[in-house]
Write a protein that binds this ligand. Structure first.
Ligand code: LAN
Length: 721
């Protein structure tokens, strides 16, 4: 049976699924399955439910757009139907393929029986995403690797798929062909050890004692990038405890299935540096290898009699950080990897019946999204704030917000943004080494609680844009905007640029300690043109509303951001993007910054170089298209097909720059318009986002938001509306 046929076998009744919005906290959304009966009948599916699952939405065909503005209007007419009752636009947030297996392993350790429909849809998703080579990669767009294939094979088996069902035999053969699970990257080694399918002896030392280092130590964990720090912490706890979940028959079977050699014959310590060549993106640095040797000697010491209190103190310090993180985030944690790891630490320490475990389990469904291909764990508990703040700005800047039919949508967006601003610092603010969050906006929901520099910038911009409309109330006061300005000013780095969640807290040389072979540039928070621009543009808009507040500091801050943007332009005129693909994305942002600084095509050679770069990438059909390989390799990688999202980014960049090449802009608009569907939507094309240089992640809302934005702005720029 083919992968597709096997997937279809697991399809549940799509009429049973509903997205439940804002159950416990603002912006929360969770999928629920209703069995046939009165409850299902009393709660009809809405457009969001249907659209997310690829079912016909029943939305009407719109009169064909003749101009760019009409196309933008049709785009919003469609997209506003996807606004949930609380005001946000719930969106799928998938791509990475290494997240769900961790959660399934954690639930196995908890002894949780996953409901039948969820199980079936989790299976269906994986079979639908199986590559023709019979495996999975790090993310859905990548070729198979040991990490992707082993983790997802194991997950399928844990969900009840038989070892020879459908394509399973072929997948196992692929695992063996790739060398078997011994060469899985470190994060996989850890997960398999927890499951009991790898030996902790095969994992490099991950000492929780690092949390006992004094703060002044240049490589102390509080200085690491937030995601690395909060994955390392529970990982180090579990490693220190050599935690192993329940040893079931299935675990024993898996031991035999994922290795070409007998499990008992494997020399585990020799596997620590064994990483399959196809998985290796970022080889261990020599310094890291040396440290691992030293730590291996330390581990060999009879520490139970020699340094027991050090290990104990390390475990205690790491566990303390785990509790802080859980309590700061409503048990969601900063992201999906730490979520599953933290769950296990709490289980180990406090037992299955503890409040901590109960609260963790209550926040699992926040991460599970039901898509047209099945169910999977999302990159965060949604991208709520990110999508809505761009949509808000797009609606206002294009003039669509002034159309009668869109007013209600705008009022609800503003209400959502108002409630999403974080109003206080986290409970364990200093103890958990957190950046201030009073006044910030997060990436997803306020309960998740993390300040992100650009989310704060875009959230503030979206709010200011909507509050500038004649018909909207002004729920966010100047005082609250000032709080967010305080956050933004406090996050500028000495070189002028902005990082993602915090100030850069240590040397970039800490990359020498990067243990995750599949990701690059993760050890500290780096500085990004995207984040820098969002902050710069937010502060610029803010000072137009309030010209007195910290005016001199804002001016100095803005000047320094612009200088940083200047310094980071590449010789070919572009900027490298770390969160969207890639040069097109970052160049759009950088050109916005330069426009704010008064630099346009007419007066700036640097802007002209950037425009030349963009124009040199325009394809014969008028569109732009870049693949995620640009982010991986650092060289522009041309997509074979133009992509509407990248076309929209390039158009916005050219418009910020005030490019005189109106014909190029017109051709770009024509391409986007030619791809618009009769109901005003755009179909999903290739992936749009990236993180840690090597993992693609999808932003499916972008096709609507950026196409509307670019078409509407282009119409104004070209004098069509
Ligand atoms: C995100 C998503 C949003 C993104 C932007 C706001 C777009 C960016 O400008 C700043 C960084 C941020 C907030 C970001 C950081 C890394 C995240 C959280 C993600 C890409 C979503 C998923 C990813 C997270 C690290 C995935 C879990 C994997 C690990 C390696 C821990």
């Amino acid at each position: 049976m083919s992968a597709k046929e096997t997937a279809d076998k697991y399809r549940t009744d799509p009429a049973g699924w509903r997205l439940k919005v804002s159950e416990d906290s603002h912006g929360q959304h969770k999928w629920v399955y209703l069995a046939p009966g009165p409850q299902r009948d009393a709660w009809p599916q809405n457009a969001v439910d249907k659209y997310s699952m690829g079912l016909p939405t029943g939305l009407p065909e719109l009169p064909k757009a003749r101009t760019a503005y009409e196309a933008a209007r049709n785009g919003l007419t469609f997209y506003r139907e996807l606004q949930s009752e609380d005001g946000h636009f719930a969106t799928e947030y998938g791509g990475p393929l290494f997240l769900t297996p961790g959660l399934i392993i954690a639930l196995h350790c908890y002894g949780v029986e996953i409901p039948r429909e969820r199980k079936a849809e989790l299976i269906r998703y994986l079979f639908n995403k199986l590559r023709p080579e019979m495996g999975w990669g790090l993310h859905t767009a990548a070729p198979p690797t040991v990490f992707g294939t082993v983790m997802n094979y194991v997950m399928l088996r844990m969900l009840g798929v038989g070892p020879d069902e459908g394509p399973m035999t072929a997948i196992r053969a692929k695992i063996h062909e790739l060398g078997g699970a011994t060469g899985i990257p470190t994060w996989g080694k850890v997960w398999l050890s927890i499951l009991g399918c790898y030996d902790w002896e095969g994992v490099n030392p991950t000492p929780p004692e690092l949390w006992c280092l004094p703060d002044w130590v240049p490589f102390a964990p509080w200085r690491w990038w937030i995601h690395v720090r909060l994955v390392f912490t529970p990982m180090a706890y579990l490693w220190g405890r050599r935690y192993i979940g329940p040893q079931t028959t299935l675990v024993n079977e898996l031991r035999q299935e994922i290795y070409p050699q007998p499990y008992e014959s494997i020399n585990w310590p020799a596997q620590r540096e064994n990483i399959a060549p196809g998985d290796l993106y970022n080889p261990h640095h020599l310094v890291f290898r040396f440290l691992n040797r030293v730590l291996a000697v330390y581990e060999k010491m009879p520490y139970m009699s020699c340094v027991p209190s050090l290990r104990k103190a390390g475990l205690k310090a790491a566990y303390r950080q785990i509790v802080y993180e859980d309590e700061n985030t409503g048990y969601q944690t900063v992201g999906p990897v730490s979520k599953a790891f933290n769950m296990l630490c709490r289980l180990d320490k406090e037992g299955r019946d503890s409040d901590a475990c109960r609260l963790h389990l209550a926040k699992v469904d926040d991460f599970l999204w039901m898509s047209r291909d099945g169910m999977f764990m999302t990159g965060t508990n949604g991208s709520q704030l990110w999508d809505i703040s761009f949509m808000a700005q797009a609606a206002v800047e294009t003039g669509l917000a002034d159309e009668e039919e869109n007013k209600e949508t705008c009022i609800r967006m503003l209400d959502w943004l108002d409630k999403c601003q974080i109003r206080q610092n986290p409970r364990w603010y200093r103890e958990a080494y957190r950046q201030a969050s009073k006044g910030a906006w997060p990436f997803s929901t306020p309960e998740q609680s993390y300040t992100v520099s650009d989310c704060t910038g875009e959230g503030l911009k979206g709010t200011m844009a909507l509050q500038s409309l004649s018909y909207t109330p002004n729920p966010v006061s100047i005082e609250r905007m000032r709080d967010s300005v305080d956050v933004l000013l406090s996050m500028q780095n000495p070189s002028g640029g902005y990082a993602s969640y915090e100030l850069q807290r240590g040397s970039e040389r800490m990359e020498w300690l990067n243990a995750a072979e599949v990701f690059g540039k993760i050890m500290v928070d780096y500085l990004y043109p995207e984040c820098s621009t969002s902050v710069l543009s937010a502060l610029e808009h803010f000072r137009k509303i309030d010209s007195t507040y910290r005016a001199d500091e804002i001016q100095v801050c803005l000047d320094r951001v612009v200088q940083w943007i200047h310094r980071n332009q590449r010789p070919d005129g572009s900027w490298y993007g770390s969160w969207g693909i890639c040069f097109t994305y970052a160049t759009m942002f950088a050109l916005e910054s330069l426009a704010i600084a008064g630099e346009t095509h007419a007066n700036s050679p640097r802007v002209r170089r950037a425009c030349d770069f963009l124009l040199s990438k325009q394809m014969a059909d008028g569109g732009w298209g870049e693949t995620y390989m640009s982010c991986v390799t650092g060289e522009y990688s041309q997509h074979e097909q133009s992509q509407v999202v990248m076309t929209a980014w390039a158009l916005l960049g050219l418009i910020y720059a005030q490019s005189p090449d109106h014909d190029a802009i017109r051709r770009g608009c024509a391409l986007i318009m030619s791809r618009q569907l009769p109901d005003g939507a755009w179909a999903q094309e290739d992936t749009e986002g990236i993180f840690n240089k090597n993992c693609a992640i999808d932003y499916p809302a972008f096709k609507h938001i950026f196409c509307i934005w670019a078409l509407g702005r282009a119409a104004k720029y070209l004098g069509e509306a």
